[in-house]
Ligand binder design. Structure first.
Ligand code: HEM
Length: 369
């Protein structure tokens, strides 16, 4: 039995009903699209919010800080390109000459006040801004491979290694279950554990880990990975012991070294061959791949990330100039989405943020300040 309003509308204006039906359908599809984007339709879909919740579960709420690599310091300097990769990438940054860089050294993990420790993963992030050219941002870690090869793997790893509220420590059973479900992570973590850990940030090699593609002026595309390799002498971690209670010794050393003399790294590009995996950051490429030295990164200033040049930078790995393109690694777009949410949260929370652990006033090589 049709309601009275329907019978009246059919008799007087049937076209109106058709239009109302169409509007209703559009509204429903908009609501469905929002629900889909928000992940409300699929309780297991991994969204930016779910990833942020996992960071909260692992680290507590750290107002105003980056949700990962939370403890860090800003640096600046320049990149001097030598033109040697210009044949395979048309990016302005690779032309011979100087390009200003704004960087950040950090420790992995979402705890902004964690004590420095040799085995904690160290990172270097760089933003290259060629005058008149398109900028390039990259984040690199001092590990040979990434522990996971998917956003889902990252999420599950975060939860598996989160402290159990009862003990304050990760639950070994959860870690075991994670490793059983992610054999690629078990293999990668074994390689990471075997790496040579150096005495500090300044003599660490930092690896971009994800594969990208270089594109030349004619459109030819080459799979690549990149690293920065220190010019400073490499000493083992045992060469630098913190004094009792010195929780920031790695950062303090770096800042002290930069104040004395600029620190340098070679930007080394590794060229992949057909069949080398470009979509899996847990897998390294075979030994002996061609490597090209693209130029030198020089860092000559450090400043607190509370007011420094890197504070407002989101080191999104997909901020790429023409001449560098993403590979087929899905981790890249996941990183881009999650970094954006982390950035938005810390920007909103700026007024409530406590000071960072590392707060040098600006330090410049040669003792100038
Ligand atoms: C799905 C996988 C990953 C997730 C969810 C993730 C998450 C995050 C988040 C939330 C931040 C803080 C961003 C900000 O607020 O500025 C961050 C920073 C960083 N991540 Fe990742 N990450 C992932 C994979 C990777 C990979 C593969 C690398 C490879 C090198 C990497 C290197 C870095 C570095 C170097 C930083 C520090 C950037 C800085 O100093 O500001 N991440 N990551």
């Amino acid at each position: 039995m049709k309601p009275l309003w329907f019978k009246v509308a059919m008799a007087t204006n049937p076209g109106l009903l058709v239009r109302l039906g169409a509007i209703g359908a559009v509204l429903l599809s908009v609501i469905a699209a929002f629900a889909h984007t928000g992940g409300w339709l699929s309780p297991v879909r991994l969204t930016q919010d779910r990833m942020m919740a996992a960071f909260r579960e692992a680290n507590g709420t750290q107002v105003g800080f980056r949700r990962n690599h939370a403890k860090g310091v800003c640096v600046t300097g320049w990149f001097e390109g030598n033109g040697q990769v210009a044949a395979i990438s048309k990016a302005a940054v690779f032309k011979p000459g100087r390009v200003p860089v704004v960087g950040r050294f950090a420790l992995a993990g979402g705890m902004p006040f964690q004590p420095d420790a040799p085995n904690t993963v160290r990172s270097m992030a760089l933003r290259f801004v060629p005058p008149g050219g398109e900028e390039w941002r990259t984040g690199m870690n001092n590990i040979p491979v990434f522990p996971v090869n998917s956003a889902r793997g990252f999420y599950e790893q975060l939860l598996a290694f989160s402290p159990d509220p009862a003990t304050g420590k990760p639950d070994p059973a959860k870690i075991k279950a994670f490793l059983a479900a992610h054999p690629e992570a078990a293999r990668a973590l074994a390689l990471i554990k075997k790496r040579q850990v150096t005495s500090g940030f300044a003599n660490s090699t930092f690896n971009g880990l994800n594969a990208f593609r270089f594109v030349d002026a004619a459109g030819a595309s080459t799979p690549v990975r990149w690293s920065v390799v220190p010019a400073q002498p490499v000493l083992t971690a045992a060469a630098e012991q913190p004094e009792a209670g010195d929780e920031n010794y790695l950062f303090d050393d770096l800042i002290g070294q930069i104040a004395q003399h600029p620190r340098q790294w070679r930007l080394i590009v590794t060229i992949g061959q057909a069949g080398d995996p470009t979509n899996d950051a847990t897998q390294s490429w075979p030994e002996g791949r061609q490597q090209v030295d693209a130029g030198t990164v020089t860092i000559d200033r450090a400043s607190s990330e509370d007011s420094g040049a890197c504070t407002a930078i989101n080191y999104d790995p997909l901020v790429l100039p023409a001449g560098i393109e993403p590979s087929d690694d899905a981790l890249l777009s996941a990183r881009s989405a999650v970094y954006a949410r982390s950035f938005a949260l810390r920007a909103e929370e700026e007024d409530e943020k406590p000071p960072s652990a590392i707060t040098p006033k600006e330090v410049q090589a040669g003792g100038k300040s």
